[in-house]
Design a protein around this ligand. Structure first.
Ligand SMILES: Cc1cc2nc3c(=O)[nH]c(=O)nc-3n(C[C@H](O)[C@H](O)[C@H](O)COP(=O)(O)OP(=O)(O)OC[C@H]3O[C@@H](n4cnc5c(N)ncnc54)[C@H](O)[C@@H]3O)c2cc1C
Length: 382
């Protein structure tokens, strides 16, 4: 089993945290955004992403030649923690920053890096994740969207579903079958293509949330031409590359902080009511959060050092997303509220958002049951 390190922030890193916090606080006060729960996946705001790009805060760890700042992944962790704590609308650039850019850095061609990464760091180019299909979710290797070789590229036919923010994104890193199933292993013959979501033959159909919001989509491909220079990495290596992408996806602060703005407001409300009993109960949540955070930062450190994190990352996501879900459950028992998305009282609004968004926390990025399987097999094997 991987031993996770304990990370102590340096003075420089704490200074960076304060710089980010004070910037976000000022923008909040100016009215640039409203605090929101689940802001990393459902808070799309392209102009806010542009502003964050101007600060140099997208692709923070990437090489300077592509617009990055070459800072550490711990600093990136601090940055994302501050975004989530204040509930800033960072969803437009989140996927490109978290996984598409790092994937291109690892497997992309120089031409792809030079073309995409500076646009991403400027906050002008957003990506979507093209994995799930109507008949492929947990059993992802069964994807049937296929790409057939033609002169100069590939013709793609099929569809993806539950695609977060595809309507706001410019490109999708899409897992497709480039070779027919060989009858041996479904994982063979899969490849990753960068598909331009504005290309001819792509149609994006909204699937509305419980809240009525447009967050995810069905995406259909009908004879979509993808040039050869948009293949990521090695043809047929899509499964392995996709798994590497998931490591970036599973263990970040977004797996424990999606409902943090509600927790903070709950504490403020209990303090206003001088409810010592309620505050005592909430202190247990805060202790859990602190332990989860240490685990999550430990995984970020091991990732930075190039270590293997599949199992601890699955563990953080499995426990962290249950924790996020527990906050609205506990909040509604501790204070009298009338949760409504358009409520004037902040607590009511954040509670409504959390209740309506939280069912997805333990599904997106791999369901809890699948994660338990990964953890169990890893422990037995390890
Ligand atoms: C908010 C949200 C955003 C999303 N965004 C994206 C996105 O941007 N891009 C994208 O590609 N996908 C996205 N998804 C889809 C998500 O990845 C899938 O929903 C998820 O992988 C589960 O697949 P499924 O829905 O097909 O469920 P299924 O795989 O059909 O699972 C149904 C149930 O069966 C259980 N189950 C399945 N197999 C096993 C097994 N072997 N052992 C035990 N239990 C099992 C599951 O745990 C689950 O409870 C998103 C989902 C949500 C909720």
């Amino acid at each position: 089993m991987v031993k996770l390190p304990t990370v102590q922030f340096t003075e420089e890193q704490e200074k960076f945290r304060l710089e980010v916090r004070s910037f976000l606080q000022k923008e909040l006060e100016k009215g640039t955004f409203n605090t929101k729960c689940d802001s990393w996946l459902s808070g799309c705001n392209p102009s806010f992403s542009k502003l964050i790009g101007e600060q140099g805060w997208i692709g923070l760890t990437w090489p300077q030649k592509y617009g990055g700042q070459e800072r550490s992944s711990i600093e990136r962790y601090i940055l994302t923690e501050e975004f989530l704590a204040i509930g800033a609308p960072v969803a437009s650039h989140w996927i490109a920053d978290r996984q598409s850019g790092p994937l291109l850095l690892r497997y992309g061609t120089e031409e792809q890096r030079e073309f995409f990464l500076p646009k991403i760091t400027n906050g002008e180019c957003f990506f979507a994740i093209g994995l799930s299909e109507p008949n492929s979710g947990s059993d992802l290797a069964s994807v049937s969207t296929k790409a057939e070789k033609v002169d100069g590229g590939w013709i793609v036919n099929g569809s993806k579903t539950w695609t977060s923010n595809a309507h706001d994104a410019h490109y999708m890193i899409t897992l497709v079958r480039t070779e027919p199933f060989d009858g041996v292993k479904k994982h063979n013959g899969l490849s990753q293509l960068i598909i331009d979501l504005h290309a001819e033959g792509v149609s994006i159909v909204p699937i509305k949330y419980l809240t009525g919001e447009h967050h995810f989509n069905e995406v259909f491909f009908e004879n979509v031409f993808v040039p050869d220079n948009r293949v990521v990495g090695t043809l047929g290596n899509g499964w392995k590359q996709g798994l590497a992408e998931l490591a970036f996806e599973r263990s970040g602060p977004e797996r424990i902080l999606s409902t943090f703005p509600l927790l903070e407001e709950l504490i403020a409300e209990l303090k206003r009511q001088n409810d010592i009993e309620g505050l005592t109960q909430v202190s247990k949540l805060v202790a859990q959060l602190w332990s989860l955070r240490n685990l999550s930062i430990g995984v970020a450190k091991v990732l930075e050092e190039g270590g293997e994190v599949a199992i601890p990352a699955a563990l953080v996501k499995a426990i962290g997303t249950k924790f996020e879900q527990s906050i609205p459950e506990i909040a509604r028992l501790l204070v009298a509220t009338y949760p409504r998305k358009d409520a004037d009282r902040k607590l009511d609004r954040l509670l409504a958002e959390s209740i309506l968004h939280s069912p997805g926390f333990t599904i997106r990025g791999g369901t809890t049951e699948i994660l338990y399987g990964i953890i169990a097999k890893g422990v037995v094997a390890g």
